[in-house]
Design a protein around this ligand. Structure first.
Ligand code: 5GP
Length: 120
């Protein structure tokens, strides 16, 4: 199914550098790269390099707490690197009603322009 933890996604291929991406940040646990279909002037994704069962946020368990904190901290580090000093938005889409399309947890970071709220 869509959130089958055994299926590789396009993000596993980006981590393995089997397909190209504009990588903004990488460490042992996380990677940030530009979204191929940007929804704002700046739009990048922060992902765990090893999905570790996190097909989606709703699969999070106690053992994922440190990794989840690392992803949010990484979002802030890369936002600073991208000069998003005037502000930005972090979004995690979960499941069908959340409009998730890639089942490898990712934090969207969107900014570089005035955003509107609430979203559609
Ligand atoms: P979701 O809808 O699952 O929250 O977001 C998935 C995001 O991944 C979308 O914004 C989409 O544009 C992005 N995306 C999908 N395939 C690729 C790809 O091959 N490369 C990059 N850089 N982004 C991708």
């Amino acid at each position: 199914g869509l959130d089958d933890a055994d299926e590789r996604t396009i993000f596993d291929k980006i981590v393995a550098k089997e397909i190209p991406a504009t990588i903004l940040y990488e460490d042992a646990l996380a990677m940030a790269f530009r979204d191929v279909n940007p929804q704002a002037k700046t739009h990048f994704l922060v992902i765990p390099k090893i999905r570790a069962g996190l097909t989606r946020l709703s699969k999070a368990t106690e053992e994922h707490k440190t990794l989840l904190g690392h992803l949010m901290y990484t979002a802030s580090v890369v936002a600073k690197q991208e000069n998003l000093d005037a502000g930005y938005r972090c979004v995690i889409n979960d499941g069908v009603e959340g409009c998730q399309s890639v089942y490898h947890l990712h934090v969207h970071v969107i900014g570089g322009q005035q955003l509107s709220w609430p979203p559609g």
